[in-house]
Design a protein around this ligand. Structure first.
Ligand code: SD4
Length: 329
């Protein structure tokens, strides 16, 4: 296909749909912030959330943009090649490919995501570009990769030798079962409220280790791994994505808060719903973080050990979420 025709197809599609679908593009009216909200507050999943929160806090101070903060915050974790569940250092799928999922959502619910994406250092930045430069919410696989290249993102083809070696060991056993134990769930989700009362959230992962090639979890799915509605609040999820998707987990948490349920209780109710629907469930971790539009926050997980980072004007802290069950030692 020649360059002009490709350009026409690209612009033509955007041009046609743009008329029909409202999307993020320098909207004239300022978003409605929550009056009296007690931000800044930033929450991120797991221990690596601390580094992400520190970066997000810095970015918030520098640019004043809560969206910049949540994108640049989780990007720190994407760049860490020693992390086995986020970014290109993550564990591969059962065919040896590291495939990445990410999404972002702003105060007014504009959203962008990428899934089943290979060879890019920062899926979260591509997710943001999908939100800001297309009329779509989610691009996947080869199409997402091509779109990213065409839109100025540089491919990075790297392999982490230890990760490949561990995968080869696993593949020898030819069990072809994804690993779903507690070591393999460390997606980073980050939700934030700024001092003006504006919210945003981000989520990025390499997903479940040794998953079927093509499998996508909850993390890039708006409403599952992440949901932000500046009127009510924001939530994000970590753990076995299939369990989260089936109850539209993050959306559930935000809607419960909208109905007046407190943040921790909203997370607990979402966890309880998963447990009720899956009475035989064993060994699968799921954790939720919730941040209400006024700055109140909470967390809850199925099993103990779900840590999260909390940043306020008091500083950056690591906490452990309350839980429904204890891992059997
Ligand atoms: C997924 N939720 O792909 C992700 C996995 C993860 O912490 O590590 N979550 O299902």
């Amino acid at each position: 296909m020649d360059h002009e025709r490709r350009r026409f197809l690209r612009l033509g599609l955007v041009g046609t749909l743009a008329a029909a679908i409202p999307w993020k593009k320098g909207s004239a009216a300022a978003p409605m912030a929550t009056p009296g909200a007690s931000g800044p507050v930033i929450l991120s999943t797991w221990d690596h959330g601390l580094a992400a929160n520190q970066k997000a806090w810095e970015v918030l101070e520098k640019t004043g943009s809560v969206l910049d903060a949540v994108v640049e915050g989780v990007a720190v974790v994407e760049s860490d090649l020693s992390n086995r569940s986020v970014g290109q250092g993550g564990s591969p799928d059962r065919d040896g490919h590291v495939t990445l999922d990410a999404c972002v959502q702003d105060h007014e619910g504009h959203a962008g995501g990428v899934a089943f994406l290979e060879h890019f250092e920062h899926p979260i930045q591509i997710a943001r570009a999908v939100m800001e430069r297309t009329p779509h919410v989610l691009l996947v696989g080869e199409g997402a990769e091509r779109w990213a290249r065409e839109n100025g993102f540089k491919e990075r083809r790297i392999q982490v030798p230890e990760v490949q070696a561990a995968w080869k060991e696993w593949a020898k056993k030819a069990e072809y079962k994804p690993i779903v134990n507690r070591e393999n769930h460390d997606t980073i989700g980050q939700i934030a409220l700024d001092s003006k009362g504006l919210m945003a959230g981000s989520c990025t992962t390499s997903g479940m280790a040794y998953k079927v090639h093509g499998r996508v979890g909850d993390s890039p799915i708006i409403g599952a791994g992440l949901f932000v509605d500046g009127e009510a609040g924001a939530a994000c999820a970590t753990g076995t994505g299939e369990l989260v998707i089936r109850i539209a987990g993050s959306h559930t948490v935000v809607e419960l808060m909208r109905q007046g349920v407190a943040p921790e209780e909203a997370c607990r109710q979402a966890v309880e719903r998963i447990l009720r629907r899956n009475p035989d469930l064993k060994g699968h971790q799921v954790g939720f973080l919730a941040l209400r539009a006024d700055g109140a926050h909470g967390a809850f997980s199925i099993y103990n050990g779900f840590t999260y980072a909390l940043s306020t004007t008091e500083g950056h802290l690591l906490r452990e979420a309350p839980f429904a069950r204890r891992w059997e030692e």
